[in-house]
Design a protein around this ligand. Sequence first.
Ligand code: SIN
Length: 475
Amino acid sequence: MNKNFGLLIDGKWLKNKKTINVYNPFDGKKISAVSIADSKQTINSIKSAHLAFQSWSKTSAKYRSEILKKLFKLTKESKDILSEIITLESGKPLEESKVEVEYGASFIEWAAEQALRSEGKLFESPENDKKMFYIKQPIGVVVAITPWNFPLAMVTRKVSAAIAAGCSVILKPSELTPLTALKFGELAIKAGLPKGVFNIINGNPKLIGEILSTNSMVKKITFTGSTEVGKLLMKDSSSTVKNISLELGGNAPFAIFSDANLDKAIEGFIAAKFRNAGQTCISANRLFVEKKIFNKFVKKLVLRFKKLKVGNGFENNDVGPLISEKAIKKIKNHVDDALSKGGKILIGGKKSKVGKLFFEPTIISNVNTKMKIFSKENFGPIIPIIKFESDEELIRLANQTEYGLAAYFYTKKTSRIWKVIENLDYGMLGINSGKISTYLNPFGGFKESGLGREGSLQCLEPFLETKFVSWSYND
Ligand code: SIN
């Protein structure tokens, strides 16, 4: 890796004395130290992005699309190095990191294509001497704040769409996983992005976040992370009435009806639960199983859990470490809380011997709605399993949460499928599938899971303003 990585401001890599250490969650060893931005540099990144916006916003969509296509190609060509960095700093299994690079690259290609399709609309005017229409224009300087669980894909989903729309960007990656974003920054410069169009700053999230979310030159904040931080950003950015997109926490129900193909349902569940060791906001967080098949299903599931290999992401394992001590403590707290309220461990239940940040894949039964494992996002390899007896009961229990991001269910009955689709209060549904992540998905949620959508046919929309024109030609 380039040794000069630090901050990318105005097309230059800057290094500071003040740094943050980046650790490998597998063994806690330091991987690197990354420069952090002070307040002056944070403001400089805004000024640089503001200046760059004046010319970038005037470039043709075709030109922006060509640069993004180059960036897509470079990202694909760098798959090995990017995957290694992702596993090194996040701990996820290398195969998953490779899938993440493909997923991340797909957003760049998609944004390059959608750049060419941005459009306004001409209306049939109610007045004969007038033309009425609206045009779309890039919103301005965008701040993208991204999480540690997908160090590349969450960056590309936001940044490539903003750049395609004609915006300039300041990226603040997670301080736990900044190396992938910095490597991506190197590729973006190589692809030909002019200076200031893409800036990357690292550092204290509170200090940087406050400057970025209150500065009037910043017109848009797009954030993926916890609901708690999302609410703070919303509050801070209200002083300048910024446009804000939030992709926040989830508490995904995963329901299995008695007519489902149980083997397929189990594999779908494993895919939805154990991606990144359960550390995704669309991870299955509560497993609902119809009473008629409950005992049979539990036996099969416990056997499947026994086969999961927990360990180093570089050694062909299925489940890697959690990201931090804080994450382990939270999981332990959820398990203890469930046990104190009558929960029963079917498998797992404690920290794994593999390493400090590992937790055993865990199933808890005898669950009630007062338990934290029912009401809170656990973000780890644990799952409560809950019986239900009817479609109505399933819908009521599944919706009993302040979150509304993703939900999954397995059944063959078409009459039930439509009813459940309509009644689940969630932004994204997987039916007979545990995988919903694709560039086609308008990613986002209902309720406290966020505001707005990213990716999909609408991917440029969060980065565009609409300008209506009523034009009389009786001048
Ligand atoms: C997330 O966990 O925030 C995103 C997961 C995805 O895009 O699949």
